[in-house]
Design a binder for this molecule. Structure first.
Ligand code: GAR
Length: 221
């Protein structure tokens, strides 16, 4: 029997935690190369905490409110918690607190984020509103390594959806969220397996499936 080495992963959340739940579900497979060691929230009332507990995952709240603008002190507490659990990789899943350059650099190449747009388009807040106002016909989601610049960093994986004329930010968000839940576990699998490398700030992967190479929108036939 082949023993799969499981990398120890912390998921950082601030809210709903649906991407967290997708990662937890994927990590239940015996052949998945990562285990979700802990879910850490900076908000005591994050709904994702309940979901994590229901799945038997250890949770921790490091409330960012008392730290105010002192991001360094908050991150010292966070780093201590990660060290204590021998965490190797971090996945941000709707973690809505900016991280300092020092913390990001400490975790360079070991911290992933998901953003609901095809980066580098539509960084920051309201990506779906931005996409609809720009009139793009295809949008999607991006898993990327975290770098000091927000919603930037080498792209590990993207998934796309067609944008419909009658989309609202909410309807587009719902379809993109389905894609998020598909690509985040697969991106983590690649990174945890060591199947990615950064080449001149671009993420390359040694693994290729058989991609469906085209997505055209709107379709006329
Ligand atoms: C997700 O759509 C994620 O892509 C987005 O927050 C949502 C969190 O939902 N992240 C960002 O916008 C980061 N810039 P979830 O808590 O259900 O995973």
């Amino acid at each position: 029997m082949v023993t799969v080495v499981k990398r120890r992963v912390a998921i950082l959340i601030s809210g709903r935690g649906s991407n967290m739940a997708a990662l937890i579900a994927a990590a239940k497979s015996s052949d998945f190369p990562a285990e979700i060691t802990v879910v850490i929230s900076n908000k005591p009332d994050a709904a994702g905490l309940t979901k994590a507990k229901e799945n038997g995952i250890a949770t921790l709240v490091i409330d960012s409110a008392p730290f105010g603008k002192d991001r360094t002190a908050f991150e010292a507490a966070l780093q201590a918690a990660l060290d204590e659990r021998e965490i190797e990789l971090i996945c941000l899943g709707g973690f809505m607190r900016l991280l300092t350059t020092a913390f990001v650099e400490r975790w360079a190449g070991k911290m992933l984020n998901i953003h609901p747009s095809l980066l580098p388009s539509f960084r920051g807040l309201d990506p779906h509103g931005q996409a609809l106002r720009a009139g793009v016909k295809i949008s999607g989601a991006t898993v990327h390594f975290v770098t000091p610049e927000m919603d930037a960093g080498p792209i590990v994986m993207q998934g796309a959806v067609a944008v419909r004329d009658d989309d609202t930010p909410d309807t587009l968000a719902a379809r993109v969220l389905d894609i998020e839940h598909r690509i985040y576990p697969e991106a983590l699998r690649l990174v945890a397996n060591g199947d990615t490398h950064i080449d001149n700030e671009v993420c390359r992967t040694t693994v290729t499936g058989s991609p469906d190479d085209t997505l055209i929108s709107p379709t006329t036939i």
